[in-house]
Design a protein around this ligand. Structure first.
Ligand code: NAD
Length: 366
C-alpha cells in the first residue's frame, strides 16, 4: 500500500500533508510513502529529509505520488487536481464539503473515496485526528500576533523612564479553538484580554487562559455542541449589545463560525464607526463572509483609522508546525484505515469512518 504526498498547488499554500518523522512512522508500518518532489520545501522540509525517513520521491520521471492508494492533501483539490487522481484512490484532506458540495460530487464522479478532515466527528477517540482544531490553534495564535503588529500600541503595560503605557485591550468574539488560542496569545503578550461566545460553557475556558468573560446573556447551542444560527431578534439584540461594548477595545479579533452557514455579523459598520482611530480588527471568518460588516476577505482595509484585516489562510504562514500537527492528525486517521501489516482494513460502520467519508464507498476499498 502506498501513501502519496502532493506538492500543494493552491496559491499561498505552504503547508505539506506529511512531514518526514511521520512518513517514517508509516514506513515502519509497512506502508510505502511516495512524495512529490518539493512537497515540503515551502514548509522548510527538503526532499532529502523525506528520503532519509524512508520515503521515495515520485514526480515527473520518477513516478506519480498522486497515483498512490491513499493521497494526502492540505488544501481542497481543484478540478485539475481531481482529474489527476485515479478511480479507486482514497483521498484525505480538507475538502470543505459543506462550503463546496460541487467538489464532493466531482470526487464521487471520479470514483474517489474521499475523507474530509472537517467531517471527522469531534468525539474523544478522534481528538488526535482533529485537524480543524490543530489548524485553528495556529490561526488563533497568528491572529493575535497579526493584531499586535497592526496595532499602533504596545500590547503589554510598560513602565519606562519615558513614560507609562497601559496594556492594550483585546476582545475576542467566538471562543472556540481559534478564539481561545488568540486570547491566550494576547494575554501572553501582556494585553488585557476579554472573550465572548454564545456557548456559555466556554466562560470557564476563557477565564482559564487569564481572560475576562463578556456576558451578553444570549445563548445559542445547536447540534454536536456547535453554536446554532441566531434568530433575527437574537441577532439584532447581540449586535446592539456588542456595538456598545466594542468601542471600549483597542483590538477585536473575530472567530465566530456556524458550520455550513455564512459567518454571523458581530461587528456592524456602526460598531466600527464607534471605535477609536488606531483600533484594529482581525477577522478570521473572511472565507465565509466575515464577522465584520466592513470586512473585505483577504484584504487589509482602513475605515477612518480603524484597520480591518481579513487573512484567509493563517496556518499557511506558519507552515512547519502547522504541517507537523496536521500530519499527525492524518497519520492517526490512516492508522484507523490500515492494519499493522500495512493493508487496508476499513470498517465502514466505524463512527469516524462513516462521518469523515464524504464520497465513494469505504466498504469497497481493499
Ligand atoms: P467554530 O470554529 O465552529 O466556531 C468558533 C466559535 O464561534 C465557537 O466557539 C462558536 O460557539 C462561536 N460562535 C458561533 N456563532 C456565534 C455568534 N453568533 N456569536 C458569538 N460566537 C459565535 O468552533 P470550534 O472552535 O471548531 O469548536 C466548535 C465545537 O467543537 C465546540 O463545542 C468545541 O468545544 C468542540 N470541539 C470538540 C473537540 C473534541 O471533543 N474533539 C475538539 C475541538 C472542539
Amino acid at each position: 500500500l502506498t501513501v502519496g504526498v502532493v506538492a500543494e498547488t493552491a496559491p499561498g499554500e505552504r503547508r505539506v500533508a506529511l512531514v518526514p518523522k511521520l512518513a517514517e512512522r508509516l514506513v515502519k508500518r509497512g506502508v510505502r510513502v511516495a512524495v512529490e518532489p518539493g512537497a515540503g520545501s515551502r514548509a522548510g522540509l527538503p526532499d532529502a529529509l523525506y528520503t532519509a525517513a524512508g520515503a521515495e520521491l515520485a514526480g515527473g520521471e520518477s513516478g506519480d505520488a498522486r497515483r498512490s492508494d491513499i493521497v494526502l492533501t492540505v488544501a481542497p483539490p481543484g478540478e485539475e487536481d481531481i482529474e489527476r487522481l485515479a478511480a479507486g484512490t482514497v483521498l484525505i484532506g480538507f475538502l470543505d464539503p459543506l462550503g463546496a458540495p460541487g467538489r464532493v460530487e466531482a470526487l464521487e464522479r471520479a470514483g474517489i473515496t474521499a475523507f474530509a478532515v472537517e467531517s471527522i466527528p469531534r468525539i474523544s477517540r478522534a481528538q488526535a485526528m482533529d485537524a480543524l482544531s490543530s489548524q485553528a490553534n495556529v490561526s488563533g495564535y497568528r491572529a493575535a500576533l497579526l493584531a499586535a503588529q497592526r496595532s499602533p500600541r504596545f500590547f503589554p503595560m510598560l513602565t519606562t523612564a519615558a513614560g507609562t503605557v497601559p496594556p492594550a485591550t483585546v476582545l475576542v468574539l467566538g471562543a472556540g479553538v481559534a478564539g481561545l488560542q488568540a486570547l491566550a496569545t494576547a494575554k501572553r503578550l501582556g494585553a488585557q484580554a476579554t472573550g465572548y461566545d454564545v456557548r456559555p460553557e466556554v466562560a470557564e475556558q476563557v477565564r482559564s487562559v487569564g481572560a475576562q468573560w463578556l456576558d451578553l446573556g444570549i445563548e445559542a447551542i445547536g447540534d454536536g455542541g456547535y453554536a446554532r444560527e441566531l434568530t433575527d431578534d437574537e441577532r439584532a439584540e447581540q449586535q446592539r449589545r456588542l456595538t456598545e461594548a466594542i468601542g471600549g477595545f483597542d483590538v477585536v479579533i473575530t472567530t465566530a463560525l456556524v458550520p455550513g452557514r455564512t459567518a454571523p455579523t458581530l461587528v456592524t459598520a456602526e460598531a466600527v464607526r464607534g471605535m477609536r482611530p488606531g483600533s484594529v480588527i482581525v477577522d478570521l471568518a473572511g472565507a465565509t463572509g466575515g464577522n465584520c460588516e466592513l470586512t473585505e476577505p483577504g484584504e487589509d482595509v482602513d475605515h477612518d483609522g480603524v484597520t480591518i484585516s481579513s487573512p484567509l489562510n493563517l496556518p499557511a504562514g506558519m507552515p512547519l508546525h502547522a504541517s507537523e500537527l496536521y500530519a499527525r492528525n492524518l497519520v492517526e486517521l490512516i492508522e484507523l484505515l490500515v492494519d499493522a501489516e500495512g493493508r487496508f482494513a476499513i470498517d465502514p460502520a466505524d463512527e469516524i469512518v462513516a462521518g469523515a467519508c464524504v464520497a465513494g464507498r469505504p466498504e469497497e476499498v481493499a
